[in-house]
Design a protein around this ligand. Structure first.
Ligand SMILES: [Ca+2]
Ligand SMILES: [Ca+2]
Ligand SMILES: [Ca+2]
Ligand SMILES: [Ca+2]
Length: 474
C-alpha cells in the first residue's frame, strides 16, 4: 500500500482501512470517527514529545527504530495530537521473522488514538482504534514492521495526548498460551502474546505468590503424589484483569492410563475459572458453573497435566482449596471406555496403547469417528460437549430433516431441532437428555448435573434447544 502523507493522503488511508478493519479490534466512535470531512483550521500540536522536536517522526521514512529482544516488552512513551501532519512512526526490527505484539495505552475518555501496523512493504497488517484507552495488535509474518500512531478524534485537536506503546516479540503466539512459556523467569503469556515476568499484583495472596510466583506452567506447584493419596493446597487468588494479573498453576505427573480427580473449593462463595490442560495447552475437562468444582478424568496418556485457577469476577483476594488425587491406571479397549466418564471430561476418542487420546487426524469423511470439528472435512463433528455415549460421534453435516440424516449416514441418526434452522445437524439418535450434550453458555444446570443438557424427545430420538449464543436464544 502506498502511503501518502498530508490531509488528503490521511483521508484516503482512513477510508481504505475502515473497509478492512477487524470487527473485534474496532469500536467505532458513536459521534464520528476518523475525519472524512473537509479540514477546518489546523492548530499546532502543543506539548508534543521529544521525537517531534526538529525533523520529527511524521513519516515512515523518519520512523523511530525499536529493536525488541525476546523478553519483556520495549515501552515507548509519546504524545500525539490531531493536526494533519502529526503521526508518530516507529519501525520494529526483529532478528528474524517473528510475530509481534503491540499494545497502546492512553487516558480513556473522548480521545480516539489509532494504531496502524504495516509490514516491510508497507502492506497493511492490522488496524485498531477506540476510545477505551487500550488497543492491542498481534500479527506475524515479518522481521520488519512499521507502526503508525495517530489521533483520529477529536478532529483538529492541538493538545497532545500522552500514550505508551509496548512492543514485544510475541514468542508465545497468542494471549494466555502460558504453556509456551518455558522460562521460569518469564512464565506468563501476556496480553500481547509475549512470555513475560509475573506481576504479583495481589494483596494477601498465598505463600506460592510471595517472592517467586506460580503464575505459569513453568512455575506450577507440583502436586504429584502416590496413587490414591490426595494432595491439598490452601491458596488464595485475586482477579486476573488489567488491574491485577494473577493465575495459580498446579501440575501433576501421571502414568499411562491413570486418572485424576481435581477438586477446587473457593471460600466466600466466589466463582473461580478452573481448567485442566496438558503440556500443549489442550483442555481435558471443564466444570464452569459449580463452586466447589470436581473434575474426574480417566484413561489419561502418560504425561504432565496442569490445573489453572483464575478468579474472573472480583478484584479482592479470596482463599480457596485445591485437592488433586491420582487414580489407578486402567486400560481402555475401545472408544466406549473413553466415553464412559463424561460429566466433566472432554471426550478423547482414540483408545491407543490403553489410554484415550484426542483424535488428531483431519479431513475425515462423513461417518468417520471424531471428537472435534477439526477431525472432519465438513468441520461438523456430532460430539457435543459432555454428552453421554460420545463413542458414537462421527463426522456429520447440517440438515433440515431426519430423513436426510438417515439418507446420508444411515439408520440411527436424527436431525437436531434447534430454533435456528442453520444450526441443525445430524447426530446419533438420543435416548436421554444426556445423549444430547450441553449448552455450555447456559448457566442453569440440569438437576444433578454440572451443565445444562439439551432435551431429548425419546420417541423420535431428536435433540432440541434452545441454545444460548452471545445472550441470544437461537
Ligand atoms: Ca508525537
Ligand atoms: Ca510525530
Ligand atoms: Ca495465588
Ligand atoms: Ca499465582
Amino acid at each position: 500500500m502506498q502511503l501518502m502523507m498530508g490531509m488528503r493522503g490521511a483521508m484516503v488511508l482512513t477510508l481504505s482501512l475502515l473497509a478492512c478493519r477487524e470487527p473485534s479490534d474496532v469500536t467505532p466512535p458513536a459521534d464520528g470517527g476518523p475525519d472524512s470531512a473537509a479540514p477546518d483550521a489546523v492548530p499546532l500540536c502543543i506539548d508534543d514529545d521529544i521525537r517531534d522536536m526538529g525533523a520529527g517522526d511524521d513519516s515512515y521514512a523518519a520512523a523511530t527504530v525499536i529493536t525488541p529482544t525476546i523478553g519483556n516488552p520495549v515501552v515507548i512513551e509519546g504524545r500525539i495530537c490531531n493536526v494533519t501532519t502529526e503521526h508518530d512512526w516507529f519501525v520494529v526490527q526483529l532478528p528474524t521473522a517473528s510475530p509481534v505484539g503491540l499494545r497502546l495505552l492512553w487516558p480513556s475518555g473522548t480521545d480516539v488514538v489509532t494504531m496502524t501496523l504495516l509490514d516491510a512493504s508497507y502492506d497493511l497488517l492490522g488496524y485498531t482504534y477506540n476510545r477505551n484507552g487500550v488497543a492491542s495488535l498481534l500479527k506475524e509474518g515479518s522481521a520488519t514492521y512499521y507502526v503508525d500512531v495517530w489521533q483520529s478524534w477529536p478532529k483538529n485537536s492541538g493538545v497532545a495526548v500522552p500514550y505508551k506503546l509496548e512492543v514485544a516479540i510475541a514468542d508465545c503466539a497468542r494471549p494466555g498460551n502460558d504453556v509456551a512459556c518455558v522460562d521460569p523467569a518469564r512464565p506468563v503469556c501476556s496480553d500481547i502474546g509475549a512470555c513475560t515476568a509475573p506481576r504479583n499484583d495481589c494483596a494477601n495472596d498465598d505463600a506460592a505468590d510471595s517472592g517467586s510466583t506460580d503464575d505459569g506452567p513453568a512455575v506450577a506447584q507440583d502436586m504429584t503424589a502416590p496413587i490414591g493419596t490426595p494432595v491439598t493446597v490452601n491458596a488464595a487468588i485475586c482477579a486476573t484483569s488489567p488491574q491485577a494479573r494473577e493465575e495459580d498453576y498446579y501440575k501433576v505427573a501421571v502414568g499411562q492410563g491413570e486418572g485424576l480427580v481435581v477438586d477446587v473449593a473457593p471460600a466466600n462463595g466466589v466463582h473461580l475459572d478452573v481448567s485442566v490442560i496438558d503440556s500443549l495447552g489442550r483442555s481435558y475437562g471443564r466444570d464452569d458453573y459449580r463452586d466447589p468444582k470436581t473434575f474426574t478424568l480417566t484413561y489419561l496418556p502418560a504425561g504432565t497435566y496442569y490445573v489453572r485457577v483464575v478468579q474472573p469476577t472480583t478484584l479482592e483476594t479470596n482463599p480457596y482449596t485445591i485437592r488433586v488425587t491420582r487414580t489407578a491406571a486402567q486400560t481402555c479397549s475401545s472408544s466406549a471406555d473413553c466415553a464412559a466418564e463424561y460429566a466433566t471430561q472432554l471426550y478423547r476418542g482414540a483408545c491407543s496403547a490403553g489410554a484415550c487420546s484426542f483424535i488428531t487426524s483431519t479431513g475425515g469423511a462423513l461417518g468417520s469417528p471424531c471428537d472435534s470439528f477439526t477431525d472432519c472435512a465438513s468441520y461438523w463433528c456430532s460430539y457435543r460437549e459432555f454428552e453421554s455415549h460420545a463413542e458414537r460421534s462421527v463426522c456429520t453435516q447440517t440438515c433440515t430433516s431426519t430423513a436426510s440424516c438417515v439418507s446420508a449416514l444411515g439408520a440411527g441418526f436424527a436431525c437436531t431441532s434447534f430454533s435456528s434452522p442453520n444450526s441443525n445437524y445430524c447426530i446419533p439418535s438420543c435416548a436421554s437428555d444426556l445423549d444430547c450434550g450441553t449448552d455450555l453458555l447456559n448457566s442453569i444446570r440440569s438437576p444433578g448435573q454440572p451443565w445444562h443438557y439439551l432435551s431429548c424427545t425419546t420417541s423420535s430420538g431428536v435433540c432440541s434447544g434452545p441454545l444460548i449464543y452471545n445472550g441470544w436464544d437461537y
